[in-house]
Design a binder for this molecule. Sequence first.
Ligand code: GDP
Length: 295
Amino acid sequence: MFENLSDKLDRAFKVLKGQGSITEINVAETMKEIRKALLDADVNYKTAKTFTDDVRQKAMGENVLTTISPGQLLTKLMNDELTALMGGTTSELDLKASPTIILIAGLNGAGKTTFTGKLAHFLKTQKSKKPLLVADDVYRPAAIDQLEVLGQQIGIPVYANRESNDPVAIAKEGIAQAKQNGNNVVIIDTAGRLAIDEAMMVEIENVKAATNPHEILFVVDSMTGQDAVNTAKVFNDRLDFTGVVLTKLDGDTRGGAALSIKSVVNKPIKFIGTGEKMEALDVFHPDRMASRILG
Ligand code: GDP
């Protein structure tokens, strides 16, 4: 994960590691290298600039007060600032209501259906919840099949209505069934599109209005870099989602989405997907991710 970015940051640090003190010149040089590394990782330009300006200011400010070496000081500052950039603290799901309604949104192929299964498995095994899944894609019968297969695999019921083409009605039926059967979490897997589409947005806005979800999770493929951030912005403007799920972090992803999304949409990353298996889901911890990036 993020090997390329880690290598480049490590090289940028070398400028300072050999120095006895922090000066305006060597800090400026290091920040230039760090900014380049961030841009190469597909971090949004404004985010990269603000980030390096902040780190430079803090490095110059703290230098006089500290006895640690410039290399150590920079490592600490970078760790703190990367953690803050990714949201600071871990953001938990709000699971107080019974049933808790969770709406899953995103483009086709982002990993929505896979995440729906992973989340249900996580809630069942780690939080002792009794979830019900709702197949709310009325356009692709294959999507219903996929969710049913996952549900069977993890031992979790799936509500589907293949006769209906009304996503609002199906979502409501699913919630009613959950109440009847004592399921305390309902996860609604909605239809995506290949690209942002007005009809899709209106549809999911309607499902939101009819179901009053406690959580709306936007699922996005981390491999798509800045596109992921732009898509997040459009979905957030329409849905005001509560959190982001970054998928496919096990792949050759450069890191731009993980580092930029929080500062662009101001919503926390709540989970990361790290594989195709149902267990390949992690709660997102900004501090752990920062340490990982810094190697
Ligand atoms: P949807 O169209 O948004 O519902 O996307 P799917 O859940 O069908 O996922 C699309 C593809 O991405 C499938 O082949 C999944 O197995 C794969 N996928 C989903 N999440 C991950 C992940 O975290 N890592 C990897 N490597 N593949 C994933």
